[in-house]
Design a protein. Structure first.
Length: 250
């Protein structure tokens, strides 16, 4: 998580530099120094706000909604997955000690008081212990699939926003280019001012769409790697748990 936060901070700094440089080049040579000073004094947030307004309310607002909803789901999933992490070695030792000293009921109580999918799998297996180890194993496999679905909940929405934001940006760019050519046709002359202004507004939607997709993609990859780690932990601990119950039964 610390690496992800550091990477996002670096990305924000780089994005700030890109915005400031683009803003400086968009002005005349006589006012370049003054414009750079104004941009630096305003900061990144004000510059981003100005570009957001210039890009048009319709497409930019849609892209912003993709970013807001995507970040909300990503943050919720991040908190959920971090809370789902369990020290499986410690839990296995506690269950083993409980089985040796007080039996199944004490082990079930320990699992019930421990958060995370691994403890839930152990509890599900202990409730079926009287039906035999084969039923315990089947119950663990079935319930593990349910828990995997809970862990992956919301990822499809994040991937949808990752794909939708750039497409909205490209659509805004195409429409902006069409409007720029309409302006050229209406003026009857290819004026650099008309062309540059229309293309600038058109490309802003693509920039914000790509930035949104990049931010959400970083969160998506982090969540996928986190889920893979939890799932591997569930599988390894389930094997050790079955071996533990076999030893206890003998």
């Amino acid at each position: 998580m610390k690496r992800l936060i550091t990477f996002l901070a670096l990305a924000a700094l780089l994005t700030t530099g890109v915005f400031n440089q683009a803003y400086a080049y968009g002005q005349s040579d006589d006012q370049s120094v003054q414009t750079t000073q104004v941009t630096e004094s305003r900061g990144f947030h004000q510059a981003a706000k100005d570009y957001f307004i210039q890009g048009g309310a319709g497409f930019m607002a849609s892209i912003l909604m993709c970013l807001i909803f995507g970040l909300a789901i990503a943050i919720e999933r991040t908190l959920y997955l971090n809370l789902s992490a369990t020290n499986t070695k410690k839990l296995l030792n506690q269950v083993e000690s409980a089985l040796e000293s007080k039996g199944i009921n004490e082990a079930k109580e320990i699992c019930a008081n421990t958060r995370g999918p691994v403890a839930s799998i152990f509890y599900q297996g202990l409730t079926r212990y009287n039906e035999g180890l084969d039923m315990v194993e089947k119950s663990i496999v079935s319930y593990g699939g349910v828990l995997m679905g809970r862990l992956e909940n919301g990822l499809t929405w994040i991937s949808l926003f990752i794909a939708t934001a750039p497409m909205l940006g490209f659509l805004g760019t195409v429409i902006g280019m069409v409007q720029a050519f309409d302006a050229i046709e209406a003026a009857g002359d290819i004026s650099p001012t008309i062309v540059a202004g229309g293309i600038k507004v058109a490309l802003l939607t693509t920039v914000f769409g790509l930035i949104t997709a990049i931010i959400l993609q970083l969160f998506y990859n982090y969540l996928v790697s986190k889920i893979d780690g939890i799932v591997n932990d569930m599988e390894d601990s389930s094997i050790s748990f079955i071996d533990l119950l076999s030893k206890y039964k003998k």
